[in-house]
Design a binder for this molecule. Structure first.
Ligand code: ADP
Ligand code: MG
Length: 900
């Protein structure tokens, strides 16, 4: 059948064979064409017309879909973002000069994780490729659970950033998945051994695009050699990973994958950094989601995320650094204080901050500019952007040199100063490149006069020729007597003399006919022809020379890519510090104290995001936690009281503090937290579509297994997704377990509507009850948003229902049912802590109800005293069956008065 194929189609099938799981964009003239199954996919995904042409191998009509070559930037990202890989098959020679069929070949493969075109990702995020390598390291004897040694690397080829780490993980890859959640790579490559683990690939696929990739280099030693060769170093020691086999191998896999897709050396990837997660606070994927650190739960955008509230950075490097800091808060008090010292200095020196920030706003995305420059797809505009960015760095450096007192700011200044060629580079660009160069680098117009004598000369020839042409036109008009005679130029025919048909009788003898138009005739003379070739060659030469000069400058800059990347990194760092200071001032934050003990003390803490959204004013609250009496805070209160907000604000304040930011409070002291766990009961989780009780329990198991004494655990309505008895029992067991685990339990905040749980305070000595105060005013429930010690007795669900406008009939009936249930004493079997034997206690609900009315009297003693109080006496007299809700409310008022 092959004979039926055209030569071009034969080329297409060759490309397809070499890149089987990849869509082929096959360049034909002004179009990228796709054929067969590819065409069907592309037509569907890009919503373009599917046509058919010619015949395929089996003689059927061949489906075809094409996009104009100049719209590749709009169409390609749409395919990539949907997870397709695209191989770009270009014409390798000029079709005009080609003999026979034009040579074609794949010049690069575009994949999500190796995209370099800025249209494929946002400025504010890194675009990471993630590579994993690993090996099972046997089972620990006791529970036969497999341990796995994993190396994980992240490579952003648009910025040149390259990171690697190695750790041991459990059989179910918790750590790997949490790393993935933090770094959010756009693509993950797995070796066949791991790709074969369908459980792992499925879970990875839920979060990113996963590809199987077997590096050509299969030995770890060989991979290490290749890496050393790439970085031109004798040992990987300086990069910190020489002993970490899997870190090395995963790094190589990432680099090899990037090189094979890009089909070139990636010399702007200058360093590999080894990091260890033991330096950072761990935030697993569920916690990141629940706390809305970088994106919100609602639409996954960054609106209302912590990142968005804090991001007033001026540069893309700053935004990206900020994200990294929020996703990886530090554990070392010393390192955090380095950041905080710098932020404090910038808060206290608003003039310095103002200057720095206005300079920073001139700085473009240096990292990605350098990426493009080294990569070879920059244009003269990129050089101007780079120049403008580098122009302000000396100002920043000098100002910091002069004023900076904090170590980190001083370090930034010294770092900027160590790049001694900085001024030379900007000066060269300034001398060479015009201020507003064209997009194309192949059409001239980029280089300033005076930069190259040779170029100036060529341009002189061209421009003096223009004068010559003008004179020539004048001369010919006079000679022929044709006033309308024109000398013109077009790309195909070159220079010509145009005479309208009306004057054709006056055309001089020596004119040679060139082209016939509708109402004119075009001619040339030997003299004009000669000049034409002079001008054209001068022009052509000038354009070629401009390109040559541009390339020289690009090479000069590429040679400094390492220094430029370092400068970019420092700029990002400075930008975040200045942004933290700016936000601190605008939002009225304070500097937190960090300690190595386990105390958390927050005065007037606020939720950084919610405080921006409540119009009535946010009510600040205190938090006090430690490993003694206040290790475990049980928080009750009606729906909508502010329990979830309160718990999250505590975690967010700690995260901000450990990231180096000031915090929304009047005072905060944070005992370093190594990991925050948050679990939200299944009801709140409905939006994600996986709100099963099972998911809740799996996540809970993860906390119970992994939390350390330094962790902070937020449990929000755990156990809600099942029946009351189950839920209550699980919730209770969890409290007991977390409380008693090891010698020191982890700090935990537990919001629950099982108000019966509050009786645990008496039994477990490190548990403290808190509730969020509400006030009933007539039919209304007024939320005071204030956290106070002690417990509430009920969830006020029915009140909330009334607030929401549920018909009064339903409310009345609900109240009746509630009363019946309460009479049946559901869940009132409480244990007595003192003597350990079970007995029917006086209802814990009633016990806590007393507390609601009088938070001060938290001892149970008055209950033990059998003498009825006036309130109790009044209650006894009440015939509950016979009164209406309104009467009940009035009665409640009376009772309250009695209490006072
Ligand atoms: P819960 O978890 O108790 O049901 P939430 O924490 O979800 O309540 O809070 C409900 C709403 O109350 C929030 O969306 C917010 O608008 C408001 N809110 C919460 N805490 C405060 C506060 N401290 N000050 C002012 N408004 C608050
Ligand atoms: Mg809640």
């Amino acid at each position: 059948m092959k004979e039926t194929l055209t030569p071009a189609m034969r080329q297409y099938y060759e490309a397809k064979k070499a890149y089987p799981d990849t869509l082929i964009f096959f360049r034909m003239g002004d179009f990228y064409e796709s054929f067969g199954e590819d065409a069907k996919i592309i037509a569907k995904e890009l919503e373009i017309t599917l046509t058919a042409r010619g015949k395929d191998r089996s003689g059927k009509r061949m489906p075809l879909a094409g996009i104009p070559y100049h719209s590749i930037d709009t169409y390609l990202p749409r395919l990539i973002n949907k997870g397709y890989k695209v191989a770009i098959c270009e014409q390798l020679e000029d079709p005009k000069q080609a003999k026979g069929v034009v040579k074609r070949g794949v010049v690069r493969v575009v994949t999500p994780g190796t995209a370099i075109d800025s249209s494929m990702f946002s400025d504010a995020s890194n675009n990471y490729l993630m590579a994993v390598a690993g090996r099972e390291i046997g089972k620990s004897s006791r529970n036969a659970k497999k341990e796995i040694e994993l190396g994980v690397s992240f490579l952003d080829i648009s910025t040149g950033e390259f990171l690697t780490t190695q750790f041991q993980d459990s059989e179910n890859f918790e750590k790997l998945l949490s790393e993935l959640a933090r770094m959010r790579p756009s693509e993950c490559i797995l070796p066949p051994s791991l790709y074969g683990n369908s459980d792992l690939t499925d879970r990875l696929k839920a979060q990113t695009i996963v590809q199987e990739f077997a590096p050509q280099v299969s030995e770890i030693e060989e991979a290490a050699e290749r890496l050393k060769a790439h970085f031109k170093v004798a040992t990987l020691e300086g990069m910190g990973c020489e002993k970490l086999d899997f870190a090395i191998y995963s790094a190589w896999a990432a680099l090899e994958y990037a090189q094979t897709t890009q089909m070139r050396e990636l010399s702007h990837i200058n360093t590999l950094r080894t990091y260890s997660n033991s330096e950072f606070m761990i935030l697993d994927s569920v916690t990141l989601r629940n706390l809305e650190i970088v994106k919100n739960v609602r639409d996954e955008g960054d609106a209302n995320s912590l990142y968005r509230i804090l991001d007033c950075t001026k540069t893309p490097m700053g935004s990206r650094t900020l994200k990294k800091w929020l996703l990886k808060p530090l554990l070392s008090v010393e390192k955090i204080n380095l950041r905080l010292d710098a932020v404090e200095e910038l808060v206290e020196n608003p003039l310095l901050r103002y200057d720095l920030r206005s300079w920073l706003s001139e700085v473009r995305d240096i990292e990605r500019l350098v990426g493009r420059i080294v990569y070879g797809n920059s244009n003269a505009r990129d050089l101007i952007s780079l120049k403008k960015s580098l122009d302000v760095l000396p100002l920043i450096r000098d100002s910091l040199m002069e004023t900076a007192k904090s170590d980190l700011l001083k370090e930034i200044a010294v770092g900027l100063a160590s790049f001694s060629e900085l001024e030379d580079l900007t000066e060269t660009i300034d001398r060479a490149i015009v201020d507003d160069p064209p997009v194309s680098v192949r059409e001239g117009g980029m280089i300033k006069p005076g930069y190259s004598a040779e170029l100036d000369e060529l341009r002189d020839i061209a421009s003096s020729s223009k004068q010559w042409i003008a004179n020539f036109q004048q001369k010919e008009r006079e000679r022929s007597g044709i006033k309308s005679l024109k000398v013109g130029y077009n790309k195909v025919f070159g220079y010509y003399i145009e005479v309208t048909n009306a004057n054709s009788s006056q055309v001089p003898e020596d004119y040679i006919r060139k082209q016939t138009m509708a109402n004119a005739e075009r001619f040339f003379t030997p003299e004009l022809k000669e000049k034409e070739s002079l001008i054209l060659t001068a022009n052509e030469k000038a354009i070629a020379l401009e390109y040559e000069i541009f390339t020289e400058i690009v090479h000069m800059l590429s040679a400094h890519s390492r220094e430029l990347q370092e400068v970019a990194e420092r700029t990002g760092l400075l930008d975040v510090l200045a942004a933290f200071a700016e936000t601190a001032e605008n939002n009225n934050y304070v500097r937190p104290q960090l300690t190595d003990d386990c105390r958390i003390l927050i005065r007037d803490g606020r939720h950084p995001v919610v405080e921006k959204t409540v119009s009535s004013g946010f009510v600040p609250n205190d938090t006090e936690m430690d490993c003694k009496e206040n290790q475990f805070l049980l928080i009750t209160g009606p729906n909508m009281a502010g329990k979830s907000t309160y718990m999250r604000q505590t975690a967010l304040i700690a995260i901000m503090a450990q990231a180096g930011s000031f915090v929304p409070a009047s005072y905060a002291s944070i005992g370093i937290i190594d990991q925050v766990f948050t679990r939200i009961g299944a009801f709140d989780d409905l939006a994600s579509g996986q709100s099963t009780f099972m998911v809740e329990m799996v996540e809970l198991a993860n906390i119970l297994n992994n939390a350390s004494p330094r962790s902070l655990v937020l449990l929000d309505e755990i156990g809600r997704g099942t029946s009351t008895y189950d839920g209550y029992s699980i919730a209770k067991a969890v409290v007991e377990f977390l409380h008693n685990r090891g010698k020191v339990g982890m700090r935990a905040l537990f919001a629950t509507h099982y108000h019966q749980l509050t009786s645990l305070e008496k039994k477990l000595k490190r548990v403290k009850n808190y509730h969020i105060a509400v006030k009933e005013e007539g039919h209304e429930l007024v939320f005071l948003r204030k956290i106070v010690p002690g417990a509430t007795d009920k969830s006020y669900g029915i009140h909330v229902a009334r607030l929401a406008g549920v018909p009064e009939k339903v409310i009345e009936r609900a109240n009746e049912i509630l009363k019946e249930l309460e009479r049946e004493n559901v869940l009132e079997e409480a244990e007595d802590g003192e003597n350990g034997k079970k007995r029917k206690s006086r209802s814990s609900a009633r016990y806590t109800q007393m507390l609601l009315f009088d938070p001060g009297s938290s001892s149970g003693n008055q209950l033990e005293a059998n003498r009825p109080s006036p309130v109790e006496a009044a209650l006894k007299k009440l015939n509950v069956e016979e009164i209406t809700p309104i009467e009940a409310l009035n009665k409640l008022y009376e009772l309250k008065k009695l209490l006072n």
